[in-house]
Write a protein that binds this ligand. Structure first.
Ligand code: SF4
Length: 402
């Protein structure tokens, strides 16, 4: 069985290293300009070079996103940017705008190009068109059904990439002006302020100031708020469809999200490869994905129109666990140096997670600062030392239920 590549978001160098460590086959990242997610940390050219070196040393590919839609005024700086980053040995560009693709082909004619989901490819003829333009892989629109994906795979020879996990828009990706209108931040230039997650009411035009709730919980009305995509329960059908890659959304999200999602999909894909016909979905993979913040899961359009099960009519983010610390170093005396991300107290019962669905329990019996001074509790951004199970390794994470 040929497994699809597991493609993970790398919003900065730390997230790239986490994605590599937890089992991604490839990562996608953006520079400081022209890649959507301009509000993510993103990479300087020097950081990109380091990230590419690190990924390649672990057999992981790196794709550089340049998938915004620039205006004429942006073209001179875009050209300068592309020329600056083109010598870096990343594995493919990710672009959406035909003008950007044309410019890439002039500047780096031999470099592989993947088409971004921002290009909204929803049928096999579009896929064939883009293949004729020299595109090697197409990240399909999230709005395609599995039947349409299968038909597209059968009628084209271009590589297809499918979003498997992460946030969804209420429109075809990029075809949404809500953010531009409401906050002056252009989603097509990576600056979306996510107003689709805001609280809305209904106003009749002759009654200004009278706000009627539409669908309500005690927090308000969130009529544009899509659930998050999660396809982990359907990997056998998806793998059989012939897609070349499964993509996890979320360059803006934290290292804990990257670790948790990559390790769950990695485990499921590896089990599928090893077990073939005998493969059975394990609830622990979905439980893992519920341990990070999300909006309630949906399979989106994969099995037909999502209708009401695709919407989240309240604001709540769900999460069963809280990320509290990153293992930075493991010492021979059975202790570890931990970078604290949320308050840790002596006596806490924590869960240790590592790649390959490795988990362990930790009770915080000893807690000191770097200098060895005993602590009752540690706060975010502190570095502490504590006893840790023998299985622990650097880049493991500690989390707390609740
Ligand atoms: S406002 Fe929401 S739907 Fe529109 S582009 Fe931003 S995230 Fe997508």
């Amino acid at each position: 069985m040929r497994l699809p590549e597991l493609l993970a978001p790398a919003g900065n160098l730390e997230k790239l290293k986490i994605a590599v460590h937890y089992g991604a086959d490839a990562v996608y990242l953006g520079g400081k300009a022209f890649g959507l997610r301009n509000l993510a940390d993103n990479f300087t050219p020097e950081e990109m070079a380091e990230g590419i070196r690190h990924a390649h040393a672990h057999g992981v590919k790196v794709y550089l996103t340049v998938n915004s839609y620039p205006g004429n005024d942006d073209l001179p700086s875009l050209e300068a940017y592309l020329e600056e980053v083109a010598p870096l040995p990343f594995d493919a560009w990710i672009a959406a705008d035909p003008g950007v693709i044309g410019l890439i082909r002039e500047i780096a004619p031999d470099r592989t190009i993947h088409l971004s989901t921002q290009a909204n490819t929803v049928n096999w003829r579009s896929a064939r068109f883009w293949q004729q333009q020299g595109v090697s892989r197409i990240n399909l629109a999230r709005e395609m059904s599995l039947a349409a994906v299968i038909e597209t795979a059968q009628k084209t020879s271009v590589e297809l990439e499918l979003f498997a996990h992460g946030a969804m828009c209420i429109s075809y990706s990029g075809r949404c002006l809500l953010s531009s209108v409401m906050s002056g931040r252009n989603a097509n230039k990576g600056e979306c302020s996510h107003p689709c997650r805001w609280n809305y009411a209904l106003v009749e035009e002759t009654r200004p100031g009278e706000y009627f709730p539409v669908v309500e919980d005690d927090r308000g009305t969130f009529i544009f708020n899509s659930r998050d995509l999660c396809l982990i329960e359907h990997l056998p059908e998806i793998v059989a469809s012939g897609v070349a890659a499964l993509k996890i959304e979320g360059r803006m999200k934290g290292i804990y999200y990257v670790a948790s999602t990559v390790r769950a999909y990695r485990a499921a894909l590896d089990a599928l490869a090893q077990e073939g016909e005998a493969y059975r979905f394990r609830p622990e993979w979905l439980e893992e994905l519920c341990k990070t913040s999300h909006r309630g899961y949906t399979t989106g359009f994969l099995f037909g129109q999502p209708r009401e099960v695709g919407q989240e009519y309240h604001s709540a983010y769900l999460r069963s666990h809280q990320f509290v610390g990153l293992v930075e170093e493991v010492h021979p005396d059975g202790t570890a140096t931990v970078g604290v991300r949320n308050r840790i107290r002596r006596g806490d019962h924590l869960e240790l997670m590592g790649p390959g669905m490795r988990t362990d329990t930790v009770t915080v019996t000893d807690l000191t600062d770097d200098a060895g001074t005993p602590l009752e509790a540690a706060n975010p951004n502190q570095r502490v030392r504590m006893s840790i199970p023998g299985t622990a390794a650097p880049l493991d994470m500690l989390r707390r239920e609740g």
